[in-house]
Design a protein around this ligand. Structure first.
Ligand SMILES: Nc1nc2c(ncn2[C@@H]2O[C@H](COP(=O)(O)OP(=O)(O)OP(=O)(O)O)[C@@H](O)[C@H]2O)c(=O)[nH]1
Ligand SMILES: [Mg+2]
Length: 353
């Protein structure tokens, strides 16, 4: 079997966390599996790929372009994973992901007929998203979330550790009723629950290769995408005197950024802060919306004297403003911790192209 699955879904829905948990579970229980982190940022070792590597996943990345538009790069990577003994490869999609069914699945099917077995087109969602869809309160966001789910053969309701059994069943039933073309399964990637059902759905299921009717809204999607910016910042921070708490440092930085976005009334769907120290300890902090609590999926185990830091953010503001906010937060918090900074990468751009 040489199976490939795309994992689509909104920013922060848990695509990376799920791909890490899935490839590890799949490799233990079935056959070797691999994941690809696809990011629009340039260069190598971006946050999602590094996180997967730190956690020991069989991972690689495709950066600087969407797999929708570089089938030669994608197929070369798939071929090398399959040659390496993998039977399942999963990749995410940068941005909103809408259109990936057409561009990736139909594209591969037409250009490389019969070469790849396409697993169900998978869209991740989470309880908060289902709540937004059900209320329809935010028209633009609802439009994007709905367009994503229209493409799904398989809907994965992630983060079920955050809700009760009753809520989980209610959300599943609502998704199944609203998107009858898709199978719905519930998991918690963080708690590694529901992974067997997900493995089986990908192993045994097949892509339907439908053409969902979302093209007429493409212009609107383009303009919504155009209002988002993405930023990547990488630097090394060295303390001048005492050691320090790396987790607190990352959380304070997320807090500064959050304050700026709260003040301006703009949204920041996902800010990732990943840092590691020379001995191999690492920490991760996430902000998943200006009004959301700061999450620490992985705290540092020890205090630090030196850190390499990767910041990656998607936000609804112009690229220059996002860059200014992130740089200011890095400088202010690093000063407070008496850290000397060596910035070696800063890449910020609008996602509208
Ligand atoms: N409680 C809970 N949190 C989760 C779960 N899965 C992911 N998360 C958290 O949700 C946040 C976002 O997860 P990611 O895996 O980075 O999401 P993503 O879809 O890859 O995000 P982008 O790369 O920005 O598109 C992180 O803080 C994760 O730890 C889950 O099952 N339960
Ligand atoms: Mg990700």
């Amino acid at each position: 079997m040489r199976k490939f699955a795309v994992f689509s879904g909104f920013l922060g829905s848990g695509k990376t966390t799920t791909m890490i948990a899935l490839t590890q579970y799949y490799s233990q229980k079935y056959q070797k599996a691999a994941m690809i982190s696809n990011d629009l940022g340039h260069g190598v070792d971006l946050a999602d790929h590094l996180l997967a590597c730190f956690q020991g996943a069989n991972a690689s990345e495709i950066t600087g372009e969407c797999i929708c538009f570089c089938h030669d790069v994608l197929t070369a990577r798939l071929n090398s994973c399959f040659a390496d003994g993998c039977e399942l490869v999963v990749s995410d999609i940068p941005g909103f992901g809408v259109g990936a069914l057409e561009h990736v699945y139909h594209g591969l099917n037409e250009e490389y007929p019969g070469q790849y077995e396409l697993a169900p087109f998978t869209v991740l969602t989470e309880p908060g998203t289902v709540g937004i869809l059900r209320s329809g309160a935010d028209a633009d966001l609802t439009h994007i979330l709905h367009a994503q789910l229209m493409e799904a053969d398989l809907i994965v309701l992630n983060k079920c550790d955050q809700i009760s059994e009753e809520q989980k069943e209610a959300d599943k039933a609502w998704l199944a009723g609203r998107y009858p073309q898709a199978r719905v399964i519930a998991i918690s990637a963080l708690q590694k629950e529901g992974l067997d059902e997900l493995c089986l759905a990908l192993r045994e299921g097949h892509a339907s290769l439908r053409h969902p009717d979302i093209n007429y809204e493409e212009e609107r999607l383009q303009s919504e995408m155009g209002s988002l910016s993405e930023s990547y910042l990488q630097y090394r921070a060295v303390v001048c005197c005492d050691d320090f708490d790396g987790t607190a440092y990352l959380r304070e930085m997320a807090g500064q950024v959050q304050k700026e976005f709260q003040n301006s009334g703009r949204e920041i769907p996902h800010l990732k802060l990943l840092a590691w120290e020379p001995e191999g300890d690492f920490g991760k902090v996430d902000l998943l919306g200006a009004g959301k609590p700061i999450e620490t999926p992985r705290p540092f185990e020890r205090r630090c004297t030196e850190l390499a830091v990767v910041l990656n953010a998607n936000a609804a503001c112009p690229a220059e403003e996002l860059e200014r906010i992130l740089s200011a937060a890095v400088r202010a918090v690093s000063d407070a911790y008496q850290l000397e900074l060596y910035i070696f990468k800063s890449d910020c751009f609008g996602m509208g192209g």
